[in-house]
Design a protein around this ligand. Structure first.
Ligand code: GAR
Length: 222
């Protein structure tokens, strides 16, 4: 049987984790473990509530980044997951960690990458008076937020928009595209060759597969 297991890494509220949990049955993947670097992450309670194996690997308790990542690697590798899924995991990862999960490590980021890598994306979008914003599920490579885009969701910024309203709208889109992205990778309908992403063997543009806020749910028909 195909390996359909994923390990999810979190640091905070875990609302993306919740969305990944909600789609498990329907999309036929299985979250086998959740790891948080933050002992206070609300996402740990979500994992517990759903009976998912959960671990705290507190980065502050390790002398080096390498040792912290080694501890996470040991847990992850004990599950041999098909995918390692960063869902609001807010630590930068070293190349050595990333290279073990070649094309099996993904992230969700609250901007239309390659625009707005890093933090405070909503604030920067508003400051620059952009007309569009969104989120991107992408492969993780050593350069921060630079791995190939897999799927992107876009929205039109409205006149009264605030950081809070953008956060709410963008997150709603994240929940949908990220679970779909996991499903498509697990089913091998989305594949990666070199840095190029293919959907059913057809090359995707560098934006990845794109949906809009209004057409979000159409990805379920694909
Ligand atoms: C999400 O918006 C995610 O895109 C972002 O953190 C939030 C986590 O929320 N991730 C990053 O900024 C990574 N660079 P959650 O804990 O409620 O899922």
């Amino acid at each position: 049987m195909q390996n359909n297991t994923i390990v999810v890494l979190i640091s905070g509220t875990g609302t993306n984790l919740q969305a990944l949990i909600d789609s498990q049955k329907r999309y036929k993947y299985q979250i086998v473990a959740v790891i948080s670097n933050n002992p206070k992450a609300l996402g740990i309670a979500i994992a517990k509530k759903h009976g998912i194996n959960n671990f705290v690997v507190d980065h502050r308790k390790y002398q080096t980044r390498e040792l912290f990542e080694l501890a996470m690697s040991e847990i992850i590798n004990s599950y041999n997951p098909a995918l390692v899924v960063l869902a609001g995991f807010m630590r930068i990862l070293e190349p050595q960690f990333i290279s073990q999960f070649n094309n099996r490590l993904i992230n969700i980021h609250p901007s239309l990458l390659p625009k707005y890598k890093g933090l405070n994306t909503h604030k920067r979008v508003l400051r620059n008076k952009d007309k569009q914003h969104g989120c991107t599920a992408h492969l993780v490579i050593p350069e921060l937020d630079c791995g190939s885009n897999i799927v992107q969701a876009t929205l039109d910024i409205q006149e009264q928009e605030t950081e809070d309203s953008l956060n709410t709208r963008v997150k709603k889109m994240e929940y949908i595209i990220y679970a779909w992205c996991v499903k498509m990778l697990i089913q091998k309908r989305i594949t990666i060759n070199n840095k190029t992403i293919f959907l059913d063997s057809k090359k995707l543009p560098i934006t990845g597969y794109t949906v809009t806020e209004l057409s979000l749910h159409t990805i379920d028909d694909i």
